[in-house]
Design a protein around this ligand. Structure first.
Ligand code: NZQ
Ligand code: ZN
Length: 389
């Protein structure tokens, strides 16, 4: 295990009816806020009305910015920054999923910054501060509700880039599993793939003696494997929805990273897909992750065999651990397919047209490598896209 600092300041308010505390929790920080949300699911479900009521009862002045799209766009972030500055807003309440939360975080970092907020995402500058952001979560997936990251797409060139900084941790996250009952099956599955990917990015490490966090990762993955089919069979199964929601937060709140170095190549490879093709991030990961595994498993067959045995109950064949390892990769791929996700680019109607371009964007045309478990150069990334066709 390597040295680590663990800090996660996000207050989690979890359970039934918790959205009714949005006003009280927000009031701690501000009397004048931006309410930020997406394409209308929160109005349809009635959540919007409950949150507004709670904010009104707390005497909070509310300005609104709706219309966050999945794979959130820079242009709306710019609009939000202007609105906050014009109105003197000093708090953002994000009601929705990862896209809404990330857009809120980008606005929060952009308001006190004199330059262009994209500087933070292109690596030109680092935010020194951000407005506080609160969250009412409606989809377990990105883990943004208690992560220090935001991912934004710049329409000028379709670059999807992430920013990680301590000032981006939300101050609170309200998480009522009942809010996820209205999720379409496909979004539930995409969220599940993202959660599982966040665990696996951390699981595949070269750091030795990480038994405790290995076991935490395996338990979190097994929780997903057990509960996602239950939630898909019965969307109002509170118990299953609650397990998935909490697992989704723990998957990405950095606890599972403690003492180890994660890989993160699959996320980099996927972000190019969702930038160009505007597919759901989770669907992209269901395609990329198994392909990445097939490309790199020989680097540490034992770790892949452990993954197969402990997570997927594959019989451990000590005389042929490669076979065990490969069965684990197949089990993951079959699971993704069984919950309705694409596991090949062709199943998402993506052909080879942009593979070279995506490999270039992912590696700065070969000027940097990605991944820590195995370092991948531009041609490796291209080979993984090809393996996923
Ligand atoms: O826009 P609305 O109407 O809200 O509809 C959304 C959207 O269409 C819908 N939805 C959400 N909750 C719902 C619901 N529909 C019915 N009932 C509900 N309860 O679901 C759709 C997808 O929402 P989105 O916010 O895009 O999903 P997700 O949470 O998966 O976020 C994806 C974004 O997060 C980024 C991804 O790259 C992607 O841009 N990520 C952010 C991370 C972070 N900040 O730490 C880490 C992740 O690895 C990821 O990269
Ligand atoms: Zn992700």
């Amino acid at each position: 295990m390597i040295n680590f600092v663990f800090k996660n300041p996000t207050k989690i308010i979890f359970g039934k009816d918790t959205e009714n505390s949005a006003g009280k929790e927000t009031k701690v920080y501000s009397d004048k806020i931006l309410l930020h949300y997406g394409g209308g699911s929160i109005k349809k479900s009635g959540l919007y009305d409950r949150v507004r009521k709670s904010l009104d009862e707390a005497g909070i002045e509310v300005f609104e910015l709706a219309g966050v799209m999945p794979n959130p766009r820079l242009s709306l972030v710019q609009e939000g920054i202007k609105l906050c500055r014009d109105k003197g807003i000093n708090f953002i309440l994000a009601v929705g999923g990862g896209s809404v939360i990330d857009s809120a975080k980008a606005i929060a970092a952009g308001v006190p910054y004199k330059g262009n907020v994209w500087d933070f995402f292109s690596g030109k500058a680092y935010p020194a501060e951000a407005l506080p952001v609160g969250v009412v979560l409606t989809i377990p997936a990105a883990g943004s509700e208690s992560s220090d990251s935001a991912v934004i797409t710049n329409e000028d060139g379709w670059y999807k880039r992430g920013l990680t900084n301590e000032c981006l941790f939300p101050v609170f996250a309200i998480m009522n599993p009942e809010l996820t009952f209205t999720l379409p099956a496909y979004q539930t599955a995409c969220g599940a793939a993202d959660i599982m990917a966040h665990i696996m990015e951390r699981y595949f490490t070269n750091v030795r003696d990480v038994d405790f966090t290995d076991r935490l990762c395996e338990a979190t993955l097994k929780t997903m494997i057990n509960n996602v089919p239950r939630a898909l069979n019965n969307p109002t199964d509170y118990a299953a929805r609650a397990e998935i929601m909490w697992a989704g937060t723990v998957a990405h709140n950095n606890l599972l990273s403690t003492g180890r170095i994660g890989d993160w190549a699959s996320h980099g490879i996927e972000h190019e897909l969702s930038a160009i093709y505007d597919i759901a991030h989770g669907a992209g990961l269901a395609i990329v992750f198994p392909a990445w595994m097939k490309y790199v498993y020989r680097h540490d067959i034992k770790r892949f065999a452990q993954f197969a045995h402990r997570v997927w109950n594959v019989e451990y064949n000590a005389f042929n651990i490669e076979e065990t390892a490969l069965k684990g990769i197949s089990a993951l791929e079959s699971f993704f397919a069984s919950i309705g996700l694409p596991v090949r680019l062709s199943q998402a109607n993506i052909d080879e047209a942009h593979l070279e371009e995506m490999a270039d964007k992912c590696t700065g045309s070969g000027s940097w490598s990605i991944g820590n478990f195995v370092k991948l150069n531009r041609d490796d990334v291209l080979n993984i896209y090809k393996l996923a066709l």
